[in-house]
Design a protein around this ligand. Structure first.
Ligand code: NDP
Length: 337
């Protein structure tokens, strides 16, 4: 049983030494327990937060503890009445090949499951985040302009496509030409701007001739800087993530622009609201899943997975996620079905 534990806390960008690969014996389930074999492990930006012991909405991973993470697994053996050998299970078993569980927090998905990795992406936590953040906080209306960054990624791709289904003009922001082409040609956004282009702010303004009514915040940093002057009166900003800041060790250089932002929020009556998906919306997961399965099966929502083979490659893949090297929902294939 191989597993990654947190070896040390990063300062700035995480590095390989922050993780340690351990090999331990495969545990045996006692009465009331079951043994799970991990097939797919989700890698997500929030994991950067768990590596740090700065105050957050969730407790940090302790040094020496297995790194946390969403998983799709199969039951190897069970002494638990609700699970039997061969069942597929959605859980939170972290960066390891085998896990012992008492069943808490697990969803039994039965013995037949098509496309298991989708439950970590479009039909799972990231898709749910896009759905609730956009529809409940963003409240997009037909004809409005919606902007979302990390637009080819797990959350952003779904945000933009739902906004299109609601009749909005949708402008994505992504890193590089290839991602931008995909966002427009495959996902059907109206435009997509490369945030690394020197003329980024001017290009974003040109792509939003009617201003911005909903800005779904995934990244912060220079993208938010370029969005601010384009915001319309009564704009809504669901604050989902600020990945551009996750490795920051100090405040950005330059003048303090907080007073400007506050007066803008006041004058334009802008609503800016953060949310943490399962803390705020857990009871609505069923509604989301039903709707998203329908949209995916009808081809109305498309998605892309970036699947990396082998648990040993999880740290490198995770570093890439924080640098925009992933292209689509990042998932580690830990074991073969
Ligand atoms: P993605 O699949 O979109 O992957 C992350 C992407 O972020 C990268 O591919 C890159 O895309 C972009 N990125 C990374 N660094 C920067 C940077 N410095 N500036 C601009 N873009 C950058 O990840 P997810 O869809 O899983 O997550 C998107 C956001 O949603 C994250 O901020 C995450 O923390 C947040 N989130 C929040 C949740 C909540 O409950 N509030 C739940 C789930 C996710 P590119 O190459 O296009 O720049």
């Amino acid at each position: 049983n191989r597993r990654f534990v947190l070896a040390s806390r990063p300062h700035g960008e995480p590095v390989a030494e922050n993780f340690r690969l351990e090999t331990v014996e495969i545990p045996q389930p006692a009465v009331g327990q079951l043994l799970l074999r991990t097939l797919y492990l989700s890698l997500d930006p929030y994991m950067r937060g768990r590596m740090s012991d700065a105050p957050s909405y969730a407790a940090p991973v302790q040094i020496g503890q297995v790194m946390v993470g969403g998983t799709v697994s199969r039951v190897v053996s069970s002494q638990h009445p609700d699970f039997k050998t061969g069942d597929w299970v959605l859980g939170y078993e972290g960066w390891q090949e085998y896990a012992l569980s008492d069943g808490q927090g697990l969803r039994n998905l039965g013995t037949k499951l098509n496309h298991p990795s989708r439950l970590l992406g479009v039909l799972g936590m990231p898709g749910f985040t896009a759905y609730m953040g956009l529809l409940d906080i963003g409240q997009p209306q037909a004809g409005e302009t919606v902007v979302v960054a990390a637009a080819s990624g797990a959350v952003g791709s779904v945000v933009g496509q739902i906004a299109k289904l609601k009749g909005c003009r949708v402008v994505g922001v992504a890193g590089g030409e290839e991602k931008c082409r995909y966002v427009v040609n495959e996902l059907g956004f109206d435009a997509c701007i490369d945030h690394r282009a020197p003329q980024f702010a001017a290009q974003l303004a040109a792509a939003c001739p009617q201003g911005i009514d909903v800005y779904f915040e995934n990244v912060g940093g220079v993208v938010f800087d370029a969005v601010i002057p384009l915001l319309n009166t009564k704009a809504r900003i669901p604050v989902c993530g600020v990945i551009a800041q996750y490795n920051a060790t100090e405040l950005p250089a330059g003048p303090d622009r907080l007073p400007l932002l506050q007066s803008l929020i006041l004058r334009k009556r802008i609503k800016m609201q953060g949310f943490i998906i399962f803390d705020d919306y857990a009871p609505r997961f069923g509604e989301f899943l039903q709707q998203m399965e329908e949209w995916v099966s009808q081809g109305k929502i498309k998605f892309r997975e970036d699947i990396v083979d082998g648990l040993e490659n999880a740290p490198q893949a995770f570093f890439g996620l924080l640098q925009g090297k992933n292209f689509g929902k990042l998932v580690i294939r830990v074991g073969n079905e």
